[in-house]
Design a protein around this ligand. Structure first.
Ligand code: FAD
Length: 509
């Protein structure tokens, strides 16, 4: 078509990043979910190529970030997550400043204005090349297509270059023999690991070193008036969130190093015990792109004597979880259509109680961690998700939305993948007949009730034995004194109701 011939658009693989047209005027790096300067393929390519091309007096590398409130609202982004991203934008700006790469911050009132904003910057600042890291979600891809097409129409000489930088290896190489995506995680992961092992260059980290030679700021003063907001209003304790999730690449790397050195070797044992803090707490950084998956894998691989699928149990398990992240990003598609026929209950009171931690199941109610901190341990995410879907028979999409509205690490692929796995509606989910028993989960993963005591203080005074099921363990009088809810459903009955409905929907009864 017209568009294809006027502008060359490619997804650039790692090995090709130095090739491609030389920057003839200014180069623009549009930051989105890749808020880092280290190991950022698109930024690296932009800087290398503008250095080669930028010999005249007017060649600069400029960075752009567009604030789009409407997109945030549409994607149910949690205020606490937006705050984290904005804080990281401020540290990104400081890092870019050191490299003399100025950051233009613009606001798009409506999401459709994003294209206008890019055009204005391209026109106003004499940009000949636009670089960005590919985002993999449907809406973002659509947005990028619209931007590319608009630029191609109005500025046919502008070259847009998109770098795939999240899956570590090219997705099209992680396919079955017939060229289709894997429908099951394990073969996906085995193929992915083999590629990473045999073609180690996929793990090559790019580091920015050279500064922009000239000071674009002095010429384009107008563009640099808007500063990134250093915060976004959210309902949690602002100082506490800053302490818990400090912004910036240095912080993310310090956390990664500390985890790999001190905790990773016990990860396979500690990761499932919610009160133990045995996980890395890196998800907010990974999702904002402050840290790349590649950097995590490289760090873990070095600690694991160059191994990925073998070696230390903790490190290899952790790398595998990162593999899940990559797989879900690649997957975000098909779920078993038959489960669309499930008749969910519309019990709003039950849903409210689930969000407020008033179900009467202590381990489920300990999920209040999410509302209080913007984070929830993975074991808890599985327990509360399974409870919502299977005990309460409430549509998993309601839970998915509630998570997005509250998570600091909210990520469409991981969240949707996690919910569909738990709800048995996904591509490689747990089988529908597996229903977590909240009592057994509680006794197994929080045997002394330490996690429950932290988040359900009404139960603090109970013994390790009583705490998992207080309404049964105490006399009615003692139970009433606690001021704690009675179980809102009877697990055995709820399970039977769910199984009946799922079998019907799947055509098994
Ligand atoms: P670690 O255990 O240290 O793992 C390291 C990294 O591997 C994580 O940061 C994450 O990027 C990745 N990872 C680990 N477990 C998983 C997993 N099961 N699926 C995908 N990636 C994984 N994760 C999100 O990042 N955003 C979400 O919105 C999200 N929603 C979820 C919803 C449900 C219902 C479930 C069951 C899981 C969800 N997860 C989500 C996955 C997982 O719970 C979090 O990634 C993890 O708890 C983050 O803590 P961590 O960084 O300490 O993880």
């Amino acid at each position: 078509s017209n568009i294809a011939t006027t502008t060359t658009k490619v997804v650039v693989k790692a090995e090709e990043e130095h090739n491609g047209p030389i920057v003839t005027r200014n180069a623009l790096m549009w930051f989105r979910n890749d808020l880092r300067i280290r190991d950022n393929k698109a930024l690296y390519a932009a800087s290398m190529r503008s250095k080669v091309g930028g010999t005249g007096n007017n060649h600069f590398l400029i960075a752009l970030y567009i604030i789009s409130e409407e997109e945030w609202a549409e994607h149910d982004e949690a205020p606490v997550k937006i705050d984290f991203w904005m804080r990281n934008l401020v540290t990104l700006k400081a890092s870019l400043d050191k490299l003399a790469i100025p950051l233009v911050v613009k606001t798009a009132r409506k999401k459709t204005d994003v294209v206008k904003v890019v055009e204005e910057v391209v026109e106003g600042m004499g940009v000949s090349h636009v670089f960005w890291s590919q985002e993999l979600m449907v809406d973002e891809r659509k947005r990028d297509r619209v931007v590319r097409e608009a630029l191609a129409r109005k500025h046919p000489s502008v070259y847009v270059e998109e770098h795939e930088d999240q899956l570590v290896v090219p997705a099209e190489d992680v396919r079955t023999k017939t060229g289709n995506p894997y429908a099951v995680f394990t073969p996906f992961y085995n193929t992915w690991c083999k590629l990473v092992e045999t073609e180690s260059h996929y793990l090559e980290i790019t580091e920015m070193s050279d500064a922009n030679p000239l000071k674009a700021k002095e010429i384009y003063v107008e563009y640099f008036k808007a500063k990134p907001p250093s915060s976004h209003p959210h309902p949690l304790d602002v100082d506490e969130m800053k302490r818990r999730y400090p912004a910036g690449e240095d912080e993310a790397h310090a956390r990664l190093d500390k985890f790999v050195q001190e905790k990773a070797k016990k990860y396979h044992q500690g990761r499932d015990v919610p009160h133990q803090d045995g996980t890395s707490m890196l998800s907010p950084y990974l999702n904002a792109g402050v840290l790349s998956t590649r950097q995590c894998i490289v760090a873990a691989r070095i600690a694991n004597k160059n191994k990925i699928q073998s070696g230390d149990d903790g490190l290899k398990t952790w790398i595998k979880e990162l593999g899940w992240r990559v797989c879900l990003l690649d997957w975000i598609r098909a779920f078993q259509p038959k489960t669309e026929r499930v008749q969910w209950t519309d019990n709003n009171e039950h849903f409210q109680r689930w969000t407020e931690g008033k179900t009467g199941f202590p381990i489920v109610d300990a999920g209040k961690q999410l509302k209080a901190t913007g984070y929830m341990h993975n074991r808890l995410r599985m327990i509360v998700a399974c409870f919502l879907v299977k005990d309460l028979l409430i549509n998993w999409q309601q839970g998915e939305k509630y998570f997005m509205n509250n998570l600091i690490d909210g990520d469409l692929a991981s969240n949707n993948g996690g919910w569909q796995w738990s709800a048995s509606t996904g591509t490689d989910s747990q089988p529908y007949f597996r229903v977590f028993n909240p009592l057994l989960q509680s006794q197994r993963y929080d045997p002394k009730g330490e996690y429950i005591r932290r988040w359900v203080p009404e139960l603090k005074s109970l013994t390790d034995k009583q705490i998992h099921d207080p309404s049964q363990a105490l006399s009615p009088k003692d139970f009433a004194k606690l001021g704690y809810s009675k179980p809102i459903v009877e697990h055995a009955k709820a399970k039977a109701r769910y199984l009946e409905e799922f079998k019907r929907a799947l055509g098994l009864s």
